[in-house]
Design a protein around this ligand. Structure first.
Ligand code: R5P
Length: 284
């Protein structure tokens, strides 16, 4: 087995190689003067079980993923397992308006062209996995977020909406905390109150967990509300830290800590999903 690292997932690829005790391939990745991408795998992959790791964000990393898959396929490989730590475009998982593509399906269909199986992490909508015709699995970074948060000590883990309750539960169960979700009540035309559905946050350290933080709008609003309801500290944790534009500084202004995993590598990626991915690969 050999790990082929995409340029969007270098740290995670290294962590995965070390977790599995296998070699990391030497991959050249650069851009031509006209900004088209170029990749070259410098190791001989003949006979290898290849684990190709590349997050599908931003757009140029998606093209790089396809090029790497094809470059690997040009060898006489035994098998290609594609690991897509962050599956971009997953929030367009249906046609909201006539004339739109189902972007998540578009990506799934292309990702499987040169792959024998695929793993991804906390995909925004589980049903996207049904678009794959090859064996595929969505695994969760939440238990490892729970292990990390245990040392920081939040007493309540909160999902920003009912849809995120399962995420909150799996973090809370990994660390022995309580869990809940925020219910929204419209106060007037401009104001919406967000309050934990069942638990009081007064005097408590709280962590809000979500699959994705993009603009940070959801978490900033939730943090302000929880603090006004008496939470002593509020931490923000997500699997995929996209942090569009100035989202991270907005979050750091209100949250006591911001953490994410290495599905998207940035300064807040203090949790690795390598262990969970390795566990799945070992199952074969
Ligand atoms: C929404 O369904 C997702 O789970 C996240 O809550 C959302 O993508 C967060 O977006 P933002 O950071 O822009 O509020």
């Amino acid at each position: 087995m050999i790990i082929v690292p995409g340029s969007a997932s270098l740290s995670l690829s290294k962590a995965l190689a070390s977790e599995l005790g296998v070699k990391l391939a030497n991959v050249e990745s650069r851009r031509f003067p006209d900004d088209e991408g170029y990749v070259r795998i410098h190791d001989d992959l003949d006979g290898e079980e290849v684990v190709l790791v590349q997050t599908a964000y931003p757009d140029e990393k998606i093209i790089e993923l396809f090029l790497l898959q094809d470059a690997a396929r040009e060898f006489n490989v035994n098998k290609i397992i594609t690991v897509v730590p962050y599956f971009g475009y997953a929030r367009q998982d249906r046609k909201f308006n006539t004339g739109e593509p189902i972007s998540a399906k578009t990506l799934a269909k292309h990702m499987q062209l040169s792959s024998d199986s695929l793993l991804t992490v906390d995909i925004h909508e589980e049903s996207i996995m049904d678009w794959f015709d090859i064996p595929s699995k969505n695994i969760s970074g939440m238990p490892q977020i729970g292990v990390h948060l245990k040392d920081i000590g939040p007493e309540i883990i909160i999902g920003p909406d009912k849809g995120a309750l399962e995420l909150a539960k799996s973090v809370a169960e990994a660390m022995g905390a309580s869990w809940d979700y925020l219910e929204k009540t419209r106060i007037d035309g401009e104001n919406v109150e967000m309050k934990a559905k069942n638990l009081s946050v007064s005097g408590k350290k709280v962590a809000i967990v979500d699959d994705i933080i993009a603009t940070g709008g959801t978490i900033v609003k939730a943090t302000e509300q929880l603090k006004s309801q008496g939470a002593t500290e509020v931490y923000a944790a997500c699997t995929h830290g996209l942090f569009a534009k100035n989202a991270l500084s907005k979050l750091q202004n209100v949250c006591d800590r911001v953490i994410s995993t290495d599905t998207i590598e940035n300064a807040t990626s203090v949790v690795s999903v390598a262990y969970e991915i390795a566990k799945e690969i070992r199952k074969g």
